[in-house]
Design a protein around this ligand. Structure first.
Ligand code: GLU
Length: 513
């Protein structure tokens, strides 16, 4: 520990002192915000220090928030290059904000009156790195984004087996409020209205409705790490007044004897309307999404809000049923567990990485936010966030932001060059199989082919040529692999390269030198 600490100090010090602003910058660039309760004690102390910190000051700071201090300064966070990641997300946000398609939900006046231009995106990584864009402080009713939480709370109280005696786990293939039950007379899944009404019936069933509501709101706040969660009474009253379909669903389920004994239908429906009327901003929703991404542990408070196995159940159903009638295509194209609501919100969970919340009220014909869906599509076209992007051997240009780009990219290239140097084709094949581009180059633009040529390693050369890599890449000195092979007097390597179209570029290179 002591060794680690002095290592950190050495990394940041200049003339045996560390500048206070460099530390604050490190926290800021990592996405650790000033209202983060893990950071507050450290920040308070930091602000009371002078600009130049001694090693003793530095250790004093470290003791305020030891885990966070070490994580941030040694770059051990879920998204190491957070700053670059945010710049990419901002670029997506700017492009998506130009989209004006879609219509506001109009079944209640409160949703019809929302400014259609509103747009915000918030991110919270599983290490509590946060960023928001647009109207991220505006609150809106969460609508169906409440369904995953209602399901989690039902699971917590009764366990998977009992909950699924009352609700299925299959996509319905029908619209979210379709008057339809499965072959057992149960709701198809917890992510559609009938299923959420049913899960609500399982939460604190014997309690007074006021106590139950208090309980649910307090659990929402646990998920959100204490961030603001409110309630929109006007939405609730409207929901209740225009709820013919939900009443019909409730009566249909009662007729089928689907509810647990003693469930009071009107009370259960009322609870469902209350859940739809919970109010949040994308800032708070992204923390909820991050808690789900982090196996139920809130990244900001460290509180285990929900059991990981229950979170797993919830994410599975979000994956297959979370985006209304678009769920299958969304799972195919985007491949991230998500839940959307008719207020234009989308809760997006990238397991073990981050939670996202998007809000833009204009909806497509299926009830999903137009900009929200486009944001998700663009997100996975830039980042390897699709559930199956971890597939071995899958290579493309997209970025995996959870890896330290420098360490992973250059670590891979270095390994490939060492394998070429050792003429170890099996190791080269393994590296290529895990996604290392055989044509990649290091800082000096040296490729594995340059190394194999310089060292006269024929097996490596043959292997690289069989992969169809560019035979004449130029390193920073303008040299091709054939130049290297000839310069080192490797006859066999020179002939092999020449046979495959290898060329000399050494003349202009020497001029450059
Ligand atoms: N509150 C509305 C309903 O229950 C819609 C919820 C939603 O899908 O976002 O019909």
């Amino acid at each position: 520990m002591t060794e680690g600490r002095s290592g950190l100090f050495a990394a940041f010090s200049k003339g045996n002192l560390v500048s206070r602003s460099s530390l604050m910058e490190a926290f800021h660039d990592s996405g650790i915000l000033e209202d983060d309760i893990r950071y507050l004690p450290l920040l308070k102390r930091l602000k009371s220090c002078s600009e130049q910190l001694t090693e003793a000051d530095f250790q004093g700071l470290q003791e305020c928030s030891p885990a966070l201090f070490e994580q941030v300064l040694s770059g051990q966070l879920a998204i190491p290059q957070f700053h670059d990641f945010c710049a990419d997300v901002e670029d997506i946000y700017d492009k998506v904000s130009l989209i004006k398609d879609g219509k506001l939900a109009d079944y209640i006046p409160q949703l019809q009156r929302v400014d259609p231009e509103k747009f915000s995106i918030s991110i919270c990584s599983i290490d509590g790195q946060r960023m928001s864009l647009g109207d991220a402080d505006d609150s809106f009713c969460v609508q169906s984004c409440s369904k995953p939480i209602t399901y989690c709370l039902a699971l917590e109280e009764h366990g998977e087996e009992e909950v699924h005696r009352y609700v299925g786990a299959e996509p319905s293939g029908k619209t979210f409020n379709e008057l339809a039950l499965n072959s057992k007379g149960l709701p198809h899944n917890p992510m559609i209205n009938a299923g959420a009404i049913m899960c609500g019936a399982l939460i604190k069933a014997g309690s007074e409705s006021a106590d139950r509501f208090d309980y649910v709101i307090s659990r929402w706040r646990d998920f959100a790490g204490g961030a603001k969660i409110g309630f929109d009474n006007a939405v609730y009253l409207s929901e209740r007044q225009t709820a013919d379909r939900n009443f019909a669903l409730g009566y249909f389920m009662r007729e089928k004897k689907a509810f647990p004994p003693d469930a009071d239908l009107l009370d259960v429906l009322d609870f469902y309307f209350q859940c739809c009327s919970i109010e949040a901003s994308t800032k708070s929703l992204s923390i909820i999404a991050a808690t789900l991404a982090n196996g139920g542990n809130c990244p900001l408070t460290g509180v285990q809000v929900m059991r990981p196995d229950h979170v797993k159940n919830c994410l599975s159903l979000m994956s297959s049923c979370g985006m209304y009638d678009f769920s299958g295509e969304f799972a195919f194209k985007v491949g991230i567990p998500a839940k959307s609501g008719v207020s234009g919100a989308i809760l997006l969970v990238v397991p073990n990485v981050a939670g996202f919340a998007v809000w833009s009220p204009r909806l497509d014909e299926l009830g999903n936010s137009v900009r929200g869906v486009e944001f998700c599509r663009r997100l996975v076209s830039r980042f390897k966030f699709h559930t199956f992007d971890s597939m071995v051997g899958l290579t493309d240009d997209r970025v995996d932001p959870r890896r330290n780009l420098y360490a992973s990219r250059f670590g891979g290239i270095t390994a490939l060059c060492w394998a070429a140097y050792g003429d170890d084709v099996a190791e080269m094949r393994r590296l290529v199989a895990i996604g290392i581009d055989p044509a990649s180059h290091d800082y000096d633009r040296r490729t594995a082919l340059h190394i194999a040529a310089s060292e006269g390693k024929l097996n490596s050369l043959r292997y690289l040529l069989s992969l169809g890599v560019n035979i004449n890449p130029l390193d920073r000195w303008g040299k091709t692999p054939l130049d290297d092979a000839e310069m080192q007097g490797h006859q066999g390597a020179s002939s092999l390269l020449a046979e495959h179209g290898g060329q000399r570029q050494s003349a202009p290179a020497r001029k450059n030198n």
